[in-house]
Design a binder for this molecule. Structure first.
Ligand code: GAR
Length: 195
């Protein structure tokens, strides 16, 4: 079976991208990163890609903060298509995906979210969990649809909320779980197990 060609989109430091790259480099995940994209200039995810010779692209959006304008998203679709990506992996990408991108990659855009969805969609889900006083939270990998963190769930992992947790300590514990489940889910796509 050919390695699965993946494109990774992120707005942040890129620790999930790093965990995916580590799984590839150690031979556990048969995938090839063909593109890393960010909507944030100089984002960590771009530096990681550059260091490994993975092609990068930046999307420049000045009109909106929470989504891309239609023309910018259509440009992103062309860039993704040209890369040959078979799976679009959102890893800390903080904009809502709209119709041009959804239509271009049906059931082939996935996201990781730091809560047990449907609980705590949206921003800073770890802080939401602390404020709600739950004792268990976690992370979810799901298909992306037009809503906010609302697509079909593919995998989840539970994480305890411990007494004395701050938003930062809880997020760090959730990220350890993210770094395990995201490469595992991509492995299932690479094995062509997920229709
Ligand atoms: C991750 O915790 C991810 O779950 C979250 O952003 C962080 C990115 O970290 N995503 C969302 O909240 C999406 N709704 P990273 O840049 O280190 O991978």
């Amino acid at each position: 079976m050919q390695p699965l060609k993946i494109a990774v989109l992120g707005s942040g430091k890129g620790s999930n991208f790093r965990s995916i790259l580590n799984a590839i480099l150690s031979g556990q995940l048969k995938a090839r990163p063909v593109l890393a994209v960010s909507d944030v200039q100089g984002a960590g995810i771009l530096t990681l890609a550059e260091n490994l010779g993975v092609p990068t692209a930046e999307v420049k959006e000045s009109k909106f903060r929470t989504r891309l304008s239609e023309e910018v998203e259509c440009g992103l679709v062309s860039t993704l298509r040209a890369s040959g990506a078979e799976l679009v992996v959102l890893a800390g990408y903080m904009r809502v995906v709209k119709k041009p991108l959804l239509d271009a990659f049906p059931r082939r855009i996935i996201n990781i979210h730091p809560s047990l969805l449907p609980a705590f969609p949206g921003l800073e889900a770890w802080r939401q969990a602390i404020e709600a006083g739950v004792t268990t939270t976690g992370c979810t990998v799901h298909f992306v649809d037009s809503g906010i963190d609302s697509g079909q769930i593919i995998a989840q992992s539970e994480v305890p909320v411990l007494p004395g947790d701050t938003p930062a300590t809880l997020h760090a514990r959730i990220q350890e779980a993210e770094h395990r489940i995201y490469p595992d889910v991509i492995k299932r796509f690479a094995a062509r197990e997920i229709p």
